[in-house]
Design a protein around this ligand. Structure first.
Ligand code: B4P
Length: 183
């Protein structure tokens, strides 16, 4: 099963993707984690993206696509994958379609976590990650609305988009997603 999970920063994409990956034996592909690992390892790529992430802006499509392709190419025993944090713009969604059709892969379902701005802001401030300053959070929400929200329309035209109330407890959100994708 191949899944894409979409939602605002702090909507719980990473949290739910981990739980779904474990449950369905999926490869968890998180662009946020891949980028943070590159920054922590102080690679050339990490140095290029660090300031962009701190400011709450999107890293360039070229860099993120390169990371995604490396993960898709890596060997492993999985029953599919879950994409978390990608795509974040129409251009990224188009690029992903090209990668998938070249690899003869399909998306089985798209999950959209619906959570109000004040709830995500409070969650992000509470987790105290380096890029979770009030200013960067404001910027990320702004970028999300401008660049990432349109991706929902892109997918509504192509796939089943399951809208889930992401403001419930972590367990309740997982249960709701499992019911939808398992049915
Ligand atoms: P991401 O790593 O994708 O992070 P995120 O959107 O902030 O968080 P997520 O939605 O995964 O929330 P989480 O589960 O952690 O992106 C970080 C940065 O990387 C971006 O700003 C950008 O610069 C760059 N980037 C990433 N992908 C990119 C791309 N494709 N293109 C360009 N740039 C890219 O949950 C947040 C908190 O809420 C946690 O503390 C969690 O415990 C809590 N929580 C989760 N669910 C909850 C629930 N149901 N109830 C209560 N608390 C909950």
């Amino acid at each position: 099963m191949n899944l894409i999970i979409l939602g605002a920063p702090g909507s719980g994409k990473g949290t739910q993707a981990l739980r779904l990956a474990e449950r369905f034996k999926l490869r968890h592909i998180s662009t946020g984690d891949l980028l943070r690992n590159a920054v922590a390892a102080k690679t050339e790529l990490g140095r290029q993206v660090e300031a962009v992430m701190q400011a709450g802006e999107l890293v360039s499509d070229e860099i993120v696509l390169k990371l995604i392709m490396e993960v898709f190419d890596a060997p492993g025993e999985w029953d599919g994958w879950i994409l978390d944090g990608y795509p974040r713009s129409d251009d990224q969604a188009e690029a992903l379609e090209d990668v998938l059709s070249a690899n003869r892969e399909v998306v089985d379902a798209v999950i959209y976590l619906d959570v109000a701005d004040d709830v995500v802001t409070n969650r992000l401030l509470a987790r105290k990650r380096g890029d979770d300053t009030p200013e960067a959070i404001r910027k990320r929400l702004e970028v999300y609305k401008k660049d990432t929200m349109p991706v929902l329309d892109f997918y509504e035209l192509r796939y089943d988009v399951h809208r889930v109330d992401g403001s419930e407890s972590i367990e309740e959100v997982t249960d709701a997603i499992v019911r939808l994708v398992d049915s």
